[in-house]
Design a protein around this ligand. Structure first.
Ligand code: AMP
Ligand code: ZN
Length: 473
């Protein structure tokens, strides 16, 4: 069995992953606030978690893993957008959820098993806050419900901060109803023009942190396996989730593993809506960058490192994927072939590929291993290569492999292969003139040929022009 190791933010160490219940592996990712298109940075942990879930399913079984990702559909940013545009909140959130699905699907991400929406869990949030008040971890003040950070000794442990340091560092004006400046809002009053729900504390709406705590408890129980999000969420969002959930369920420890991804940067700064230095996933797709190219670029960098989106990486990803598709198409890979291999039990993963990936989701290492596996000479030898592409979500729909829109047409790939075979025969017959003529044709067509240890591979270079192949044969 593949051993998965993950860097756990909670212990600040890489640890062997052992699920609480291998029959029911539970994974939660903090999802988007739905008022606008996802920017490219937002896709980073969606891709990370999609690969993680594919790996977990490979190890523990398809039906043994539950992946939940929420939609925050009540938030002041949504209210502001509604006020600005004169549109209803429901219309904005529905539209944004539709966009989000389309954009994340286009990047090869499978939908999570459950996508809870905050507004569907208000009852559970209210119940959790009542419990926290009863247990002395929260209090009501002027229609608000606040979490009392001093009631929880471990507050700050996840992000490595102490309450005293936080107070000293805080410059914000403290609301008069707070007992401690670090106490955070779980519930706040709503005026009539804002979304609100009846509660023991009057008509109001939830704060952001209580939403994830209540939804996780409802879906997974008090303790579960892996919780993730960007490292910008570690404080205060995740710290507050831990405080609420552990205090509402005494004796439990909430997420066993916390997985935090580093940021996508633009000129050294976090890509974010508030800084205005963002472009959306849709912008790139509309410019004709295929979803799998975007995905490949993300996988080129380990999730724990900051990364930039560059044109150079995009070009490299495009070239590699085109050549990989060419290799698979040339060797007859298709939806039917793959389905057949799966039924007959011949679909197999490469142990080294899995080992590299399972070592804290080392996706750049996994891609490097795929480069090696792509050199397989026969369809049979290429099975672990194809299976690896599937685990990384780079090939999710095998019927698209043979679409002309995706990389070299199989007929063109076959032509290149035929020329390479002719060149090999010419060399074997010591007909150097003919071998050189074929080499020049391939080169004029922009085909890049590599001879390594007697093994010949090719890829369509940036100047690839298949028409030249026709003239030169
Ligand atoms: P937000 O809509 O800002 O709450 O972010 C949704 C998710 O995207 C969270 O998990 C964030 O941590 C993550 N995120 C936001 N900005 C970036 C970025 N520049 N790079 C990587 N992840 C990000
Ligand atoms: Zn959350």
């Amino acid at each position: 069995m593949t051993t998965i190791r993950l860097h756990n933010s909670k212990t600040r160490r890489k640890e062997e992953f052992t699920p609480l219940d291998p029959e029911n592996v539970r994974v939660y990712l903090c999802g988007p606030t739905v008022y606008d298109r996802a920017h490219l940075g937002n896709a980073r942990n969606v891709i990370l978690f999609d690969v993680l879930v594919r790996l977990l399913r490979h190890v523990y079984g398809k039906d043994q893993v539950t992946y939940a990702r929420n939609f925050t559909d009540v938030d002041d940013k949504i209210n502001a957008r509604a006020a600005e545009t004169g549109r209803s909140i429901g219309e904005i959130t529905e539209e944004t959820i539709g966009w989000y699905h389309a954009d994340m699907d286009a990047l090869g991400n499978a939908r999570p098993n459950v996508e809870p929406r905050a507004t569907e869990y208000i009852g559970q949030m209210v119940a959790m806050m009542e419990r926290l008040i009863d247990l002395g971890h929260a209090y009501e003040a002027e229609g608000h419900v606040l979490f009392a950070v001093e009631s929880y000794d471990a507050y700050g442990a996840l992000s490595g901060r102490s309450v005293d340091d936080m107070i000293a560092g805080a410059r914000v004006e403290v609301a008069p109803y707070k007992r401690n400046p670090m106490d955070f809002v779980m519930w706040k009053p709503s005026s009539d023009d804002l979304p609100g729900w009846d509660s023991p504390w009057g008509r109001g709406r939830p704060g952001w942190h209580i939403e994830c705590s209540a939804m996780i408890e409802a879906l997974f129980g008090a303790s579960f396996d892996i919780h993730g999000g960007g490292n910008d969420l570690m404080f205060p969002h995740h710290e507050n989730e831990v405080a609420q959930s552990c205090c509402a369920n005494p004796g439990s420890d909430f997420a066993q593993v916390w997985l935090h991804n580093e940021m996508l940067l633009v000129e050294g700064k976090k890509m974010s809506k508030s800084l205005g230095n963002f472009f959306t996933v849709r912008d790139l797709l509309d410019q004709g960058v295929p979803g799998e190219v975007i995905r490949y670029v993300f996988l080129m960098t380990h999730y724990g490192k900051p990364m930039d989106w560059t044109e150079k990486k995009r070009g490299e990803a495009e070239k590699t994927l085109a050549s990989w598709r060419g290799i698979l198409a040339t060797h007859g890979f298709s939806a039917d072939l793959v389905a057949g291999l799966k039924t007959s039990g011949e679909w197999r993963q490469d142990a080294e590929f899995l080992g590299v990936l399972a070592n804290d989701m080392n996706s750049p290492g996994a891609l490097a291993r795929l480069h090696v596996l792509s050199k397989g000479k026969t369809p049979e030898m290429l099975v672990p290569f194809a299976a690896g592409l599937e685990i990384l979500g780079l090939m999710t729909d095998w019927s698209r492999l043979t679409d002309s829109a995706n990389g070299p047409d199989p007929a063109i790939a076959a032509k290149v292969e035929a020329l390479l075979a002719a060149r090999a025969s010419a060399r074997a017959a010591k007909d150097w003139a003919e071998a050189d003529r074929i080499r020049d044709t391939l080169s004029a067509a922009g085909v890049q040929v590599a001879d390594v240890g007697g093994q010949v591979t090719w890829e369509a270079g940036p100047e690839f022009d298949p028409a030249v192949l026709e003239d030169g044969s």
